[in-house]
Structure formats: structure tokens, C-alpha cells
Design a protein around this ligand. Structure first.
Ligand code: APR
Length: 255
């Protein structure tokens, strides 16, 4: 079914998983748009622990450009619709995003789990220093190092607080998602995935857990995703147009 018939959220808990497609209409390229390449480098080669060991300056250049770019764009009507529906549902709502651009929070979303980390946090590549807010850019060969490690007589580079290819998600995030789904089980429970190709795990598998717990599942994507068949309903549409309509919101600015 491809109509924008509003989703029935009466008394329901709603878990929404978002991906790069939601930010596409703000002007940020999706992973797939760029064929997985950045300046001739495979994204896996700049977004991986091995890539950082091989060429940390290249990795910092990649993320510095993304920090700069994310600051120049604005949340779109899709982000705003999600913030609006959260105001209505309060703690019956959870947003799980694979995006690292901070646009959901800038649109007003508060119950957000950033499972792939944040562009605007930095952490140590060696010790368990608490990740900290960081909007700085590093285009020079001189890269930031960890003061905590220096105090222990070691030199360690700082790195973006991003979950790279080959790295595990934060177990506390997975526990929080699991706990929300288990609270939702048995009652009206809606799971939506929006703007995500369904190619990257474990995010792509959340629909399976939601279904096993009785959720009604909906995919909103510009194209079929790798896991479209797992959803009860697929709406093929742009998220900035579809989300306000699916949530029955009239007041969301469509820009
Ligand atoms: N509205 C809805 N969907 C859209 C739109 C739009 N305006 N524009 C693009 N899309 C869809 C594309 O059709 C594609 O299926 O969004 C999807 C984006 O897919 P990917 O680029 O693979 O992004 P995502 O699924 O978020 O990638 C997952 O992979 O790059 C790594 O860790 C990174 O978090 C990222 C993860």
C-alpha cells in the first residue's frame, strides 16, 4: 500500500528508526548516493579502526568536512514531524537514529538514541575517556591527542565518537531499545523505519525483533530497502513529505 493514510497511534508506543534518507532533504548526501565513495576512498576505509591506524589525518579530514557541512544545513519537515509526534506521545515514543548529524535534536527531538555515535563528539582512541562535545575541525597534520593518556606517559590520538565499520554498538543502547520494545509488547506497538537502506546491521534487524513482539511495522523510504519484505506496510515516498502526513500533522512546515 502506498497511500499516506495516517498511522493509528491511539494509545500506541512508537519506535522510529531513521537513516541517512531523513537528512537527504536537508542536503546531506546519503551513503548510497555517493556509491560508498569519498574522494575516491571507500567509506569503509575512512570509517573503520584500520583506516584510522593507517591514515588518521585522512580520517580526521573526512569527519572535519562532515562537521562543517552538518553545521550549514537545517532540519527538514521530516525531522520536525518526529519532534512533534514525540510531544504527543512523550515516553511512549523512542527515536533510534543511525544518523550522526545532530539534526533530530536540532529539530527538538529529545528521546533519541544515536546508535552510530555523533559527529560532534570526540573520544580517545586508546583509553575510556568520557566522549566530549567537539565542533573543532582538524585539517592539519597536527592531530588532537588525549591529555589523560599523556598524564600516564603515553601518546594516544583522539578520534570521532562514531561507531565505525567493524565496531560494536554500545550495549547500553541496545538494552534501552530492547527494554522499550518489551514494554510495548502486548499493547498497540508501531515500529517505523525511515530513510534507511536496511543494509547495515544490527539496525536492519530491529524490524525482526519488533515483529516478534507483535509490532505493526512500516517502512518509509524513497526506494525499496534490502529488508522491505520484513515490513507489513511500505510507503515509497520522501520522508519530509510522508512523515507529517503519516502522523496526521497539519502544522508542520513542509519546507
Ligand atoms: N526520503 C526517504 N528515503 C530516502 C530519501 C528521502 N528523501 N533519500 C534517500 N532515501 C533512502 C535511499 O533510497 C536509501 O535507501 O534512504 C536510504 C539511505 O540509505 P543509506 O545511504 O545506506 O543510509 P543508512 O541506511 O542510514 O546507512 C546505514 O551505513 O554508512 C553507514 O554507518 C553509516 O549510519 C550509516 C549506515
Amino acid at each position: 500500500m502506498n497511500s499516506l493514510q495516517p498511522v493509528d497511534l491511539e494509545g500506541a508506543r512508537l519506535l522510529v528508526l531513521t537513516g541517512a534518507g531523513v537528512s537527504a532533504e536537508s542536503g546531506l548526501a546519503t551513503f548510497r548516493d555517493s556509491n560508498g565513495l569519498w574522494e575516491q576512498h571507500r567509506v569503509e576505509d575512512v570509517a573503520s579502526p584500520d583506516g584510522f591506524v593507517r591514515d588518521p589525518a585522512l580520517v580526521w579530514k573526512f569527519y572535519s568536512l562532515r562537521r562543517e557541512q552538518a553545521k550549514t544545513v537545517e532540519p527538514n519537515a521530516g525531522h520536525r514531524a518526529l519532534a512533534e509526534v514525540e510531544k504527543r506521545l512523550e515516553d511512549r515514543f523512542l527515536l533510534v537514529t543511525q544518523n550522526v548529524d545532530g539534526l533530530h535534536q536540532r529539530a527538538g527531538s529529545e528521546r533519541v538514541i544515536e546508535i552510530h555515535g555523533s559527529l560532534f563528539r570526540t573520544k580517545c582512541s586508546s583509553c575510556d575517556l568520557q566522549p566530549f562535545d567537539d565542533h573543532a575541525t582538524y585539517f592539519e597534520r597536527t592531530l588532537p591527542t588525549c591529555d589523560r593518556c599523556a598524564g600516564r606517559g603515553r601518546e594516544a590520538l583522539l578520534r570521532p565518537d562514531i561507531v565505525w565499520f567493524g565496531e560494536m554498538l554500545d550495549p547500553a543502547h541496545m538494552q534501552a531499545i530492547d527494554a522499550f520494545m518489551r514494554r510495548a509488547a502486548g499493547g498497540p506497538f508501531v515500529f517505523m523505519a525511515v530513510g534507511t537502506s536496511g543494509a547495515v546491521w544490527p539496525a536492519a534487524g530491529l524490524v525482526n525483533l519488533a515483529r516478534s513482539l507483535g509490532a505493526s511495522t512500516l517502512l518509509v523510504n524513497a526506494e525499496p530497502a534490502d529488508n522491505t519484505a520484513r515490513f507489513h506496510r511500505f510507503v515509497q515516498a520522501r520522508s519530509a513529505e510522508a512523515l507529517p502526513a503519516l502522523f496526521g500533522l497539519k502544522g508542520v512546515d513542509p519546507r
